[in-house]
Design a protein around this ligand. Sequence first.
Ligand SMILES: O=c1ccn([C@@H]2O[C@H](COP(=O)(O)O)[C@@H](O)[C@H]2O)c(=O)[nH]1
Length: 280
Amino acid sequence: MTRFGARLAGEVAAHGPLCAGIDPHAGLLAAWGLADDAAGVERFGRTVVEALAGHVACVKPQAAFFERHGSRGVAALERVIADARDAGLLTVVDAKRGDIGSTMGGYADAFVGDSPLAGDAVTVSPYLGFGSLRPVLDLAAAHGRGVFVLALTSNPEGASVQHAVGPDGRAVARAVAEAAAAENAGATPFGDVGLVVGATVGAAVTDLGLDLEAVNGPLLAPGVGAQGATAADLQQVFGRARRLVLASSSREVLAAGPTATGLRDAAHRTADAVRAALAL
Ligand SMILES: O=c1ccn([C@@H]2O[C@H](COP(=O)(O)O)[C@@H](O)[C@H]2O)c(=O)[nH]1
């Protein structure tokens, strides 16, 4: 079994450091001529997978846009994940789950276990304490899957929690980064426990004393495109940790659909800009 980190490193080397989001917003569904229902989000997601398999390192379906259609929407998400698996395209299921450890075991089963909702990796929230993530970290490792832990999110509201300084004098985000680093110690080319660090966070990484190079795990960087960050911002935010960066862009790429050519061209353009900005 090849671990997630090793598989991701291979895909990034082949296709560039871009994870394309699959976010079937109501507005995008309308623009693509699709209904805002479970069938519409399924067609949307499957179209993106078909267009981008073999062209990007991974895709990131946003669970919320499928869940808003209830059980049929969840079934659509399962179908999109299955298509990606069949096409050899890595998936990061953006579910941002987090709960007390015993319940986290349920989420672990759902997203990194044997369930049809399991992709290659899942996003999780550490704000019930990093230790509450133990079930998902352990199950992901047992299945060769990955976990992306929210550290410095791309939204401005995140700072009120993530920049707060704990009793040990460390910012919350720094404590999260150090806990992830401990999970990845010694892994090559890097480990399976990544962080989410927005491309929009400016100088926060430096100001809060995060050593992202030491994390030695993939750094998922949303915010490129619709949220205003540019590829050039990645160099400033990530500095010496740039080999770990996996930029994420959803709306900007998706707006170029629904044709396969439009989606591919937009994804290639973004991946090329990211690669150039990071001097990879
Ligand atoms: O800090 C975060 C974590 C996740 N996201 C997710 O990314 C997309 C938005 O991407 P756009 O390129 O801005 O369309 C969406 O699924 C978010 O939940 C994020 O934006 N920031």
